[in-house]
Design a protein around this ligand. Structure first.
Ligand SMILES: *Cc1c(COP(=O)(O)O)cnc(C)c1O
Length: 352
């Protein structure tokens, strides 16, 4: 820290992304990326766009929003595109914080970081005994409620009825449902959008659409909320989604079937891998995300992570009370998951 840093940020604990090491080749199961490349249509669309890079992108991302609206049965005015959904989260915290934010005590780490960055009064609601989000904890709130559904890193879901209960019982709060992982077996609450002026649904193309490197997310909400977010966006970075990414996103919408098939494959491999892990003494949550959240009955998580790393397999672990022995393992290709299971067999067999 230099002596020039704004003292307001002296205690800020930044978000720590999963590592992207370059020292050797790893089987990367630590950042929930897709094991599948972008569709051929995305590659062609990006290539065609490169020659226009001397021109600013459309600050409204109109074509992309129209395509998304068509796909999701919404109006373009109900959608805002962002530089990854992380950017949209920040816009939402800036637009609708100020009267406090509330989120689960175990969830996506960025919620805490944004609250701290903006000096928000943050309230965390503890997960229940089985790591479940308890809807009642979010009743009667004002300000901003943020819930990842499926939650991270547990992979557990609320039903649409449970989310509707929160919307009904917190009418003075904006309720942001982060559906980063919804394509892997969760139930989307988008159908509630027309009926609740306080609902925001956040999506990312990083996980289900193989675009983590392009940075694209979007948020769906009533036009009045979208206008509020745009007020902030146009005060920070009007050209937030670059040309190549807009072209890639548009092609993703056109190639939707390719991505849905990939998601089905991830779900199939997830079920296979969870079962293989169970045979090795692991216990996993019922994850509806593209990761498995699992704990071994006798081996500590930290040890397993280190041993896997020695075998060139990267997974993620969080030093957070209640979950320090859990590993979050991205569901990779069938081949990658077979390699993971083989590595764990060697580690556990060798030590037992
Ligand atoms: C990955 C993730 C994000 C961020 O996605 P980007 O679009 O890549 O910024 C947001 N929320 C949750 C819960 C995530 O897991």
């Amino acid at each position: 820290m230099s002596r020039f840093l704004n003292p307001a940020h002296a205690d800020l604990t930044a978000y720590v992304p999963g590592e992207q090491p370059r020292d050797r080749v790893y089987i990367k199961l630590n950042t929930n990326e897709s094991p599948f490349p972008p569709s051929p249509g995305v590659l062609a669309a990006v290539q065609a766009e490169v020659s226009k890079l001397h021109l600013y992108p459309d600050p409204e991302a109109a074509e992309l929003r129209e395509a998304l609206a068509g796909l999701l049965g919404l109006e373009p005015g109900e959608i805002l595109a962002g530089n990854g959904s992380d950017e949209l989260l920040l816009l939402a915290f800036m637009a609708f914080g100020g009267r406090g934010v509330c989120y689960p005590d175990i969830t996506y780490g960025f919620y805490r970081v944004y609250a701290q960055l903006l000096g928000e009064r943050a309230e965390t609601a503890p997960l229940g005994p089985d790591f479940e989000v308890r809807p009642e904890d979010y009743f009667g709130k004002t300000g901003l409620v943020v819930i990842a559904n499926p939650n991270a890193p547990t992979g557990l879901c609320l039903t649409v009825d449970q989310i509707e209960a929160i919307l009904k019982n917190s009418p003075d709060s904006v309720v942001l449902i982060d559906e980063a992982y919804v394509a892997f077996g969760g139930e989307s609450c988008l159908p509630l959008l027309g009926r609740y002026e306080n609902l925001m649904v956040l999506r990312t193309y990083s996980k289900s659409r193989s675009l983590a490197g392009a940075r694209l997310g979007f948020v769906c909400a009533a036009p009045a909320l979208i206008e509020d977010l745009k007020r902030i966006k146009y005060s920070i970075n009007p050209y937030n989604v670059n040309r190549l990414t807009q072209a890639a996103g548009l092609a993703c919408v056109r190639d939707n079937d390719y991505y849905l098939a990939n998601c089905r494959e991830v779900m199939r491999v997830r079920a296979w891998a969870a079962q293989a892990l169970e045979k090795l003494g692991f216990e996993s949550t019922d994850s509806k995300a593209n990761f498995i959240f699992t704990k071994h009955r006798s081996f500590p998580g930290k040890l397993l992570l280190e041993k896997l790393r020695e075998k060139s397999v990267l997974v993620r672990r969080f030093d957070t009370p209640r979950i320090e022995n859990y590993l979050r393992i991205t569901v990779g290709s069938a081949e990658q998951m077979q390699a993971l299971v083989t590595a764990l067999e060697e580690i556990i067999g060798g030590e037992a």
